[in-house]
Design a protein around this ligand. Structure first.
Ligand code: NAD
Length: 234
């Protein structure tokens, strides 16, 4: 099976009712990202940061994977699919994708503020001031905030270096280092980008553009890939 690596961004979940933030002028679900998704925000106002992520978690409990998510999961019948997502939701997993790497963390996990190795599954429950790890330190969302290091980046680079097909879905390619991943795709890899808007691709790599939303775009990609590789649809 050919190895297919898919980098997904906020646009992937837009048809599931979860808003992107570039589309609304730097706001993320009506919040200014600087005030809720940075280490400074956490220093200044923990209540506000926790409320923002608690609301996102509540919203996620109600959201459902869209046809784009299920379409990528279905590609596992024909390709060795690895998802690398910038999204903090769990919609890829719920759609059935087996290999999902979360570059920017996961909403359904909390971690200790004193020991980053202490990570807890919290499902859709809230994190409150006073909720602590076993060492007694406050819990924070298990999220990579703007300005923080991206610990999963090395794994993402290694996976991208081995891609035979590399696809980007619903990312403005504005948030680094994730946006630079495409640079690591081998020269002979087949590159695709699905997004309803124009996106600037780093390094002017030769990318096949599908200018559609995630659901329609993934269906279109599937047809094209099966055709190119002469695979019969199951
Ligand atoms: P972004 O908001 O910067 O860009 C979103 C992209 O999606 C745009 O290019 C837009 O044209 C495209 N888009 C809009 N509707 C679409 C659709 N129906 N189908 C396909 N594409 C569509 O997103 P980003 O590049 O992922 O960067 C945002 C950061 O914010 C990420 O780091 C992510 O962690 C975080 N974020 C996550 C979520 C989530 O988890 N669902 C939601 C918002 C933001």
């Amino acid at each position: 099976m050919k190895s297919l690596v898919v980098l997904t961004g906020a646009g992937m979940s837009s048809e599931s009712g979860i808003k992107t933030f570039r589309d609304s002028g730097g706001l993320w679900e009506e919040y200014n990202v600087e005030e809720v998704a940075t280490p400074m925000a956490w220093e200044n106002n923990k209540e506000l940061v926790l409320r923002f992520y608690n609301e996102r978690r509540e919203q996620l409990a109600e959201a459902k994977p869209n046809a784009g998510h299920t379409g990528l999961a279905a590609l596992e019948k024909y390709f060795d699919v690895q998802i690398i997502t910038q999204n903090i939701d769990n919609l890829h997993e719920r759609a059935g994708s087996k290999k999902v790497l979360h570059l920017h963390g996961e909403l359904t996990k909390a971690r200790s503020t004193s020991d980053p190795t202490l990570i807890y599954d919290i499902g859709y429950r809230c994190i409150k001031i006073g909720d602590t790890c076993i060492k007694g330190s406050q819990l924070r969302p298990h999220i990579v905030w703007f300005g923080e290091a991206v610990p999963m980046m090395d794994d993402a680079v290694r996976l991208t270096e081995n891609a035979e097909i590399f696809v980007i879905v619903g990312s403005s390619l504005n948030v680094y280092p994730a946006a630079g991943l495409i640079r690591y795709a081998p020269r002979n890899a087949s590159l695709w980008l699905i997004d309803p808007r124009e996106v600037n691709v780093p390094d002017n790599r030769n990318v096949e553009i599908i200018r559609k939303g995630a659901s329609e775009g993934v269906a279109n990609l599937t047809e094209k890939l099966l055709n190119i590789y002469g695979i019969k649809k199951e």
